[in-house]
Ligand binder design. Structure first.
Ligand code: DOR
Ligand code: ZN
Length: 347
């Protein structure tokens, strides 16, 4: 059995870093194992202008541990008021790597998102022209649509029409959770990619609901049935270029997770690579982990892979990660994969 694995330094193509005390607490967890991350803009208030993105980037760099070489790749939060000229300038200056589309009301801090997709047409056309990717939170918010169907309905009623109306628009389907998402991503050609989280490769909806509600497994899009998880596993471990890692690591303090109306998000930054190595080993695909975590994402974003390497080794004794990360904002529970973790990043 393989017991050591060297990979190009991975990137995280979908990450929530928050701000202030939480940022200071969680950033070192990602900076330790990743070269770059696409940083989500759903702060309060959201990062909607290039000036706000520049200021947020400065705060992230200031919160980095001494000597860390981590590079935040900034995104802008798309609203119905977004100015195409601001997007064009932000992309030309190299400040932003993508624009994030949240359907209004779909998830944490998405109230400023898009209600009427016709009102962002000019922005999307500008993005298609300049090749700036659109990262999509792919769920409809219509109350009549069951929460477990929201991704599949989004693909048919929002994403596919947008892509047909905007040829050349480069789209990342963020955190896909369904077999339908996998199939659509595969069918889309080189302008379409999809991120897959660590936790959606590990949990299905039973993990959230059987034997009591487990709020730390609640995230959005919510985990689906087992056959969807298996489709995600096959996609992630396939090596196909359209699938790459976006952890969607989304910290909330325990008081807000363990709550009558608990926040959505799994915090996986601390143990993501150990979890992924476990999953890829189970699937007999350790040789494809590098494609998923370190190569396919840069290729989609038209960036070189990181120069550095990390080494994972398989320990006979399971590694015990801390159950909680204690931040100045409060304790944050680290994702529990429900199995012992033998793969550990060295150094
Ligand atoms: O689970 C989630 N948490 N999904 C999202 O889309 C947002 C994220 C957050 O910001 O907490
Ligand atoms: Zn997210």
């Amino acid at each position: 059995m393989e017991n050591s694995l060297t990979l190009r330094l991975p990137d995280d193509w979908h990450l929530h870093l928050r701000d202030g005390a939480m940022l200071r607490g969680v950033l070192p967890e990602t900076a330790r194992h990743f070269g770059r991350a696409i940083v989500m803009p759903n702060l309060v208030p959201p990062v909607v202008t290039a000036a706000q993105a520049a200021a947020y980037r400065t705060r992230i760099l200031a919160a980095l541990p001494e000597g860390a070489a981590f590079e935040p790749l900034m995104t802008l939060y798309l609203t119905e008021e977004t100015d195409p000229a601001d997007i064009r300038a932000a992309a030309a200056s190299g400040l932003v790597a993508a624009v994030k589309l949240y359907p209004a009301g779909a998830t944490t801090n998405s109230q400023s998102g898009v209600r009427d997709f016709d009102r962002v047409r000019a922005v999307l056309e500008t993005m298609a022209e300049i090749g700036l990717p659109l990262c999509t939170h792919g769920e409809v918010t219509t109350p009549e649509v069951d929460i477990f169907d929201r991704e599949a309905v989004f693909i048919d009623t929002v994403l596919d029409p947008i892509r047909r109306a905007t040829p050349g628009l480069r789209v990342v389907m963020e955190h896909i959770t369904t077999a339908e998402g996998v199939a659509y991503a595969r069918s889309g050609g080189t302008d379409l990619g999809a991120t897959i989280t660590t936790h959606h490769l590990i949990i299905n909806r039973n993990h959230i609901l059987v034997g009591g509600i487990r709020p730390h497994y609640y995230c959005l899009p919510v985990a689906k049935r087992e056959h969807h998880r298996l489709a995600l596993r096959r996609a992630a471990t396939s090596g196909e270029g359209c699938f790459f890692l976006g952890t969607d690591s989304a910290p909330h303090v325990d008081a807000l997770k363990e709550h009558a109306c608990g926040c959505a998000g799994c915090f996986t930054a601390t143990n993501t690579l150990s979890c992924l190595a476990h999953v890829f080993e189970e699937e007999g695909a350790l040789d494809r982990l590098e494609a998923f975590a370190s190569l396919n994402g840069p290729a989609f974003y038209r960036l070189p892979p990181n120069k550095g390497r990390i080494r994972l080794t398989r320990h006979d004794t399971p590694h015990s990660y801390p159950k909680k990360l204690f931040t100045e904002a409060g304790p944050v529970t680290v994702f529990d994969p429900g199995f012992p973790l033998h793969w550990v990043v060295e150094g």
